[in-house]
Design a protein around this ligand. Structure first.
Ligand SMILES: [Zn+2]
Length: 428
């Protein structure tokens, strides 16, 4: 036998287990659904004066969406309106409210929590969660939005190192305008990340100064003062916003993005060489195309076999040694980025300049100009090491969200998912 440990509830209420409610009746309906009638057991305190009411004004039945309890249920709340008899109180009557069903709510709090957890923690698609819980998709989406709004205010968490990263959250689309012309829509978003913890702090529309600027402007002065370093993509369009709102913070480039610029340069050279020599795009029969990923890998991590393959590729497909020169510039830039001091970085920069001069190609010249423009930020990177796998981890999480969501149409839903998933991940 079970020993009762607390106050006793009737069996049906204990099994249904909705806090502050008791089950009045349960009736079997079609399709295995049970119709459950409940009323609240919470004392009816007047919201204005707090005095407990004793006289019922009227009763109304309200349908509630709730979790399945050992199978699907339909829940009806027999909801009372009470008179406030306190003579000094201005409130004549009031309706019952509970923690599970706040004013104007149509769903129980436990259902909201379950839906949000299914999407955020288990990473299921909102549409699938909606089907499984027999609720509409937009209900799940609106609950996610509400949960995201409840997350910690970014002002409460001071950030020393801020990562700002732009990404496209779905493919480019074209819209027909009323005058018949087409407008190109690039669905960009910019993510602001605490570079020390990887927590996503905010997601803003677009990738220009306006979005990032407005987000930064909304922070407290104390928050802005605390930021020491901001790591950004060297092509970033929001640099102006940083100068304006975080004038004291040092701007650092993200090493990952600099290496990507160098890799893109190598690829551009390879494509040009193949085009010039063969009058077509690269394909499987060209060694340089077949080994295109080998060209982009970090040179110092290549095995002797891979290195031999790389040399053979260049011998065969690169008679003018232009791909080889591009590869050398890329590798020198990678060495520069791992410098342990500014003196070492300056030395690597001089050597890089010599490599670029010798290469004498438009692609390498362009990369050199970018390095020159961003040199201050590269020095900040070398001194602070403010590049981070953390921002990358956040972006990997974002890609995962994009996959489960199968392309978000609504930026607000997308933003809510990123913030919630990141909060769940950093809390874990
Ligand atoms: Zn009252």
């Amino acid at each position: 036998m079970f020993e009762p440990t607390g106050s006793q509830r009737d069996a049906a209420s204990a099994i249904f287990n909705l806090p502050d409610y008791r089950v009045l009746s349960a009736v079997d309906a079609d399709g295995g659904v049970r119709r459950i009638e409940v009323e609240t057991t919470a004392p009816p305190g007047c919201p204005v004066c707090g005095v407990l009411a004793t006289r019922v004004h009227s009763v109304r039945r309200q349908r509630l969406r709730d979790l399945p309890v050992a199978g699907p249920v339909e829940v009806m709340w027999v909801k009372r309106r009470w008179f406030c008899d306190e003579y000094r109180c201005s409130r004549g009557t009031f309706s019952e409210v509970t923690d599970q069903v706040p004013a104007y709510a149509r769903s129980t709090a436990r259902l909201c929590q379950a839906l949000v957890a299914a999407v955020v923690v288990s990473g299921r698609a909102a549409s699938e969660v909606a089907r499984a819980h027999r609720v509409s998709w937009w209900l799940v989406a609106s609950m996610l939005g509400a949960a995201a709004d409840l997350l910690a205010d970014p002002d409460d968490v001071l950030v020393r190192r801020l990562g700002v990263d732009e990404h496209r959250y779905r493919s480019v689309r074209f819209f027909r305008q009323t005058d018949g012309s087409w407008r190109r829509y690039e669905p960009w978003m910019t993510t602001l990340v605490d570079a020390d913890t990887g927590r996503v702090l905010g997601v803003v529309d677009g990738r220009d100064s306006a979005g990032v600027g407005a987000w930064l402007a909304a922070r407290s002065q104390a928050w802005r003062d605390a930021v020491e370093v901001v790591a950004i993509d060297p092509s970033a369009a929001f640099r102006k916003a940083l100068r304006e709102h975080l004038p004291q913070a040092a701007v650092s480039v993200d090493a990952f993005h600099v290496v990507k610029l160098a890799n893109d340069m190598v690829t551009a050279v390879r494509q040009r060489i193949v085009r010039d020599r063969k009058g077509r795009r690269g394909r499987g029969v060209d060694p340089a195309w077949a080994n295109r990923r080998l060209l982009l890998r970090a040179g110092d991590t290549l095995s002797p076999r891979a290195l031999a393959r790389l040399k053979a590729t260049l011998r065969e497909d690169d008679p003018t040694d232009q791909i080889g020169a591009a590869w050398g510039v890329k590798e020198q830039l990678r060495r520069l980025l791992t410098s342990g001091s500014l003196a070492e970085a300056a030395e690597h920069r001089m050597r890089l300049g010599a490599f670029v001069l010798a290469a004498n190609m438009p692609e390498t010249d362009r990369l050199w100009a970018t390095i020159d423009t961003w040199w201050d930020a590269i020095e900040v990177l070398i001194v602070t090491g403010a590049t981070n796998a953390r921002t990358e981890a956040a972006n990997t999480g974002i890609k995962q969200i994009k996959r489960t969501g199968r392309g978000y149409r609504n930026p607000a839903n997308y933003r809510a998912r990123i913030l919630l998933a990141s909060a769940a991940r950093t809390a874990a």
